[in-house]
Design a protein around this ligand. Structure first.
Ligand SMILES: *Cc1c(COP(=O)(O)O)cnc(C)c1O
Length: 454
């Protein structure tokens, strides 16, 4: 008989920690358990989310968080960083290898702060930046007045053309007119591939830097399904928790321009300026457990199996878009190249917020989203945005997308709207939807998580 192998220190720690949490804080652990159950039992189709690999999640809970480590590997302001340095270097090396980058900084706590770092590396207060309008699919940090990007800088916005496609000609004309020092591309709600080279050509003409924010499509870029901006943009940013499946935070990469001299900082390269702006300009000591989780996320994204996950993400979203079109819905741009599907629900007389709430009541989690030239405010909207990152982790099949749209259509067809934010769903339709969501979740469980007990 073989002896059962002794548990590793990490396994004993994780088990003891959860046990202790349940003992000392039943109130909090009950909420955490409820959240675990919720995720297992709903179809999460929020395009800006995913289901992290458990091997990444557990890194977030490990002891590196105890270490205060200002600085960078080999150059810390604190002692005790030997293994911390190894973790951060591994995250950097894996990131560079996966994206073909020459430089990576893995310390930003969020993608928003990664973008802010790039802005404050290339712009002074009052300087002009050109980014995509929030309404057209740009992110808050691309120049919206609601964010520091639109308050501290003079933000000019480009949008979509009459075909709902990114209007490169408008971006070009605005760049010539306003001479921005930074042009930001990359979106949160645009279902089509982005032409990074075109943005670089525009930027070169006016002497601007390019920031490509690939947060939404980072996994597709890593898998080679979406073209890479690494050598087109001067800076590429992404979060690590949407399509890279683990480690909540952001990172900044530079490709071939890493050793270019910075315009406004004599004697410094672009990479050196970024290092400086992350720490000490914006942040103190980074969260080293998150960095471990980022390293693990990159391990997952760099693995042989990941290409199939990325392929599935796109296959599912294309099937989802086609199923909506079949049911008579107006899908923005008519389809998708990535994981995003944006649907006009106002055309069916329903506001985005009512559609979101009604679907959530039945176990389908999507988010309200403005559509091009939307007449409704952001708190109401005329559309919903769906994404397939989480469905791919459940190993759903394209046929399942037809089922999902059947359920969504059933709910929306039995929704009675009494105000922009008031609605009622027919009880029979709601019950049918809940049963179908339960069936789908049981048929396609989150493969990597232990099933819910009890
Ligand atoms: C979500 C998102 C961000 C912000 O990510 P956080 O980590 O939540 O700050 C930045 N840019 C784009 C394009 C996004 O979709």
């Amino acid at each position: 008989m073989t002896e059962p192998s002794p548990k590793s220190n990490l396994a004993r720690f994780a088990e003891a920690a959860v046990h202790q949490l349940e003992q000392v804080d039943p109130e909090l652990s009950a909420i955490l358990d409820n959240e675990y159950r919720r995720q297992a039992k709903v179809l999460t189709m929020v395009a800006s989310s995913s289901i992290a690999d458990p091997s990444s999640l557990i890194c977030e809970a490990m002891t590196p968080m105890n270490v205060t480590a200002e600085g960078y590997p080999g150059r810390r302001f604190h002692a005790g960083c030997r293994h911390i340095d190894e973790i951060e270097q591994l995250a950097i090396d894996r990131t560079k290898a996966i994206f073909g980058a020459q430089f990576a900084n893995v310390q930003p706590m969020t993608a928003s702060s990664a973008n802010e770092v790039v802005m404050f590396s290339t712009l002074k207060p009052g300087d002009t930046l050109l980014g995509m309008d929030l309404d057209s699919g740009g992110h808050l940090t691309h120049g919206s007045k609601a964010s520091i990007s639109g308050q501290v800088f003079n933000a000019v916005g480009y949008g979509l053309d009459s075909n709902e496609r990114l209007d490169y000609d408008q971006a070009h004309a605005l760049a010539r007119e306003h001479k921005p020092k930074l042009i930001i591309c990359g979106t949160t709600a645009y279902a089509r591939e982005i032409d990074w080279a075109r943005f670089r050509a525009i930027a070169d003409e006016v002497g601007a830097y390019v920031l490509a924010d690939i947060t939404h499509v980072a996994g597709l870029v890593a898998a080679g399904i979406h073209s890479s901006p690494i050598d087109h943009a001067h800076f590429t940013t992404t979060c690590t928790h949407k399509q890279l499946f683990g480690g909540r935070g952001g990172l900044i990469m530079i490709g071939k321009d890493h050793d270019q001299p910075a315009h406004d900082e004599p004697g410094k390269t672009l990479a050196q300026v970024i290092q400086n702006r992350v720490f000490p300009y914006f942040q103190g000591a980074p969260n080293q457990s998150s960095i471990a989780a980022k390293a693990r996320g990159m391990g997952f994204v760099g693995s042989d199996g990941f290409k199939a996950v990325a392929r599935r993400i796109v296959d599912l979203s294309q099937a989802l878009a086609a199923a909506f079109v079949d049911k008579g819905y107006r899908v923005i741009t008519g389809g998708t190249d990535n994981h995003i599907v944006v649907v006009d629900v106002m055309q069916k007389g329903i506001t985005g917020v009512n559609a979101e709430k009604a679907l959530e009541d039945c176990g389908i989690v999507v988010n309200k989203n403005r559509i091009p030239f939307d007449q409704k405010p952001p708190s109401v909207t005329s559309g919903i945005r769906l994404g397939t990152n989480g469905l791919a982790i459940r190993e759903m099949e394209p046929e399942d997308m037809v089922e999902c749209v059947e359920v969504i259509h059933d709910v929306l067809s039995h929704l009675e709207q009494s105000g922009e934010k008031e609605y009622r769903v027919d009880a029979g339709a709601a019950a049918r939807a809940e049963a179908e969501v339960a069936r789908l979740c049981a048929l396609r469980p989150i493969r990597t998580y232990p099933p819910v007990q009890g």
